[in-house]
Design a protein around this ligand. Structure first.
Ligand SMILES: Cc1cc2nc3c(=O)[nH]c(=O)nc-3n(C[C@H](O)[C@H](O)[C@H](O)COP(=O)(O)OP(=O)(O)OC[C@H]3O[C@@H](n4cnc5c(N)ncnc54)[C@H](O)[C@@H]3O)c2cc1C
Length: 467
């Protein structure tokens, strides 16, 4: 038992601490970036049961100059929850007391360890809707969503996590448990510290609970999927939806390689269209019309018509099981892409929507220059693409090439007026990219904010660094 492990056991009890070299700690040393071989080392993993215990861990670490890395579901794509060389992984997964839901006031408060999909299902049973739906919803947590300001397909209409969070319970250095915001839907009394914590990737404080405002659940949710022979006609269709002023809940896309990677489940999801249509498709647009029954049905018809103008085929199921099959396929795209060669390197750049087609074309040429197969999918309506380089399982040289290609992707996003990250954050993997995107004075403010919250630099060190 090392010293840190020993001290934490005294603080939390033996069943709430795992030594860093224990095989049970292995799953806390990586996140979804593991296919890029990103993995760290920790002295101990702390698994506190409540917010007070979280505060005591932060206090102890701060007093003893021990770095700590907060962790939710470990689904992050930026290496944010991966420890560097030692310190404590602070796993929030046991903060799962029942949510406090106030259906009549359209709001709920969730402990940080609540699984995203459980939170969504819970409020749905109360007739309410929590729109944030990252593709990782069955594993990611409320705390992780807040820390990364997570989005997802429904962000096109409803916005990302920060839009819905009205209050946070947070442990800040050197170990105080504080409330930021609250149940109110408006609050301009001070600087917006709550918003500063949202998206801070565990570098400013530890989120122990979050209050969400909610909306009544839509009565109808009707998808429309359209297949195109090439990216140009697909991108024109996306632009057409925006130009027509239609507001679907989602406006997603997949390119030909992403469709090919998930071909089998795609064929099952689009069973009604027949194999010719799916095999000829090189681009897919996926929308959802939601709301009350009649307006949703009317929007569905408009989308079918508009998307159908240059499409090979349009699939607009109304049967519950068929709809579920379609979303099930969409959720499986990322693992299906990994399965192609064993690994992938994916970056979540975002560009102004009118530069979207250009970004896709440039991704292909970056891939060609670096001799890497590419594919992409994501949130077309937000200009947010998961630009992906496919990598053979055992080929580290390809990883090095993909890392170099990712740097070109960041330059591309900045050149087109976008950002190096639309969803996954900076974490470890985009360290330094922000200083290419922001003015020097803004970078200096970024660094001053970090120092104000974390003067000793112990909260998730090495993450979200601007340079
Ligand atoms: C298949 C798949 C699909 C995905 N789809 C989407 C998507 O559609 N949209 C999207 O935005 N993201 C997506 N992601 C990325 C990821 O799932 C989200 O960022 C998610 O919100 C991370 O939650 P988590 O609990 O897994 O956090 P983790 O991975 O554990 O941590 C992420 C970051 O948050 C910090 N953190 C975690 N919990 C806390 C806490 N309580 N307090 C302070 N800091 C904390 C960590 O230190 C780390 O920096 C996807 C990932 C996968 C694997």
């Amino acid at each position: 038992m090392n010293g840190i492990h020993h001290e934490l056991v005294a603080l939390l009890g033996a069943d709430a601490v795992v030594a860093g070299d224990d095989p049970a700690a292995t799953r806390y040393l990586s996140d979804a970036t593991e296919s890029r071989a990103i993995r760290g080392r920790a002295d101990a993993v702390a698994l506190p049961a409540d917010a007070t215990a979280v505060a005591s861990v932060v206090s102890w670490c701060y007093e003893h100059d021990v770095p700590l890395v907060p962790r939710g579901g470990g689904t992050g794509y930026a290496g944010g929850a991966v420890p560097g060389d030692g310190g404590v992984v602070l796993a929030l997964e046991r903060l799962t007391s029942p949510p406090e839901t106030e259906p009549a006031q359209w709001r709920a408060r969730f402990p940080a360890g609540t699984i995203t999909a459980d939170a969504r299902r819970h409020v749905r049973e109360c007739g309410l809707f929590l729109p944030v739906d990252p593709g990782s919803a069955e594993q990611s947590t409320i705390g992780g969503n807040v820390a990364t300001n997570a989005g997802g397909p429904h962000s096109f209409k409803y916005g990302v996590t920060g839009v819905w969070v009205t209050g946070l319970q947070v442990v800040v250095a050197p170990g105080q448990l504080i409330e930021l915001g609250g149940p109110v839907r408006k609050d301009v009394a001070g600087y917006d510290l709550r918003s500063l914590l949202v998206g801070s990737e565990g570098t400013l404080g530890i989120v122990t609970a979050a209050r969400y405002k909610l909306i009544p659940a839509p009565v109808a949710e009707l998808p429309v999927a359209a297949l195109y022979p090439d990216p140009e006609s697909g991108c024109d269709a996306v632009a057409g939806v925006l130009a027509a002023g239609l507001v679907p809940a989602t406006l997603e896309f997949l390119d030909g390689a992403a469709l090919a990677a998930s071909a089998r489940s795609l064929a099952a999801a689009l069973r009604g269209l027949g194999p010719e249509a799916t095999s000829a498709a090189r681009f897919l647009v996926l929308c959802e019309a939601d709301g009350d029954a009649e307006p949703a049905a009317a929007l569905r018809r408009e989308l079918q018509e508009l998307l159908g103008e240059r499409a090979i085929a349009v699939h607009a199921p109304t049967d519950r099981r068929e709809i579920a099959r379609l979303w099930h396929w969409r959720e499986g795209v990322s693992p299906a892409v990994i399965a192609q060669r064993g690994r992938k390197l994916s970056e979540d750049i975002v560009v102004p929507v009118e530069r979207f087609a250009e970004a896709l074309a440039e991704l292909a040429s970056i891939g060609r220059r670096h001799r890497l197969e590419t594919c992409s999918w994501g949130h077309a309506g937000d200009g947010n693409l998961h630009a992906t380089f496919m990598i053979d399982r055992d080929d580290d040289e390809q990883v090095a090439r993909a890392e170099a290609a990712a740097q070109e992707l960041f330059d591309l996003a900045i050149r087109l007026g976008g950002s190096v990250s639309g969803e996954h954050g900076v974490g470890l993997v985009k360290r330094g990219a922000l200083s290419r995107q922001w003015d020097a004075a803004a970078v200096a403010l970024h660094e001053q904010i970090k120092r104000a919250f974390d003067p000793k630099g112990l909260l998730n060190p090495g993450k979200k660094l601007a340079r």
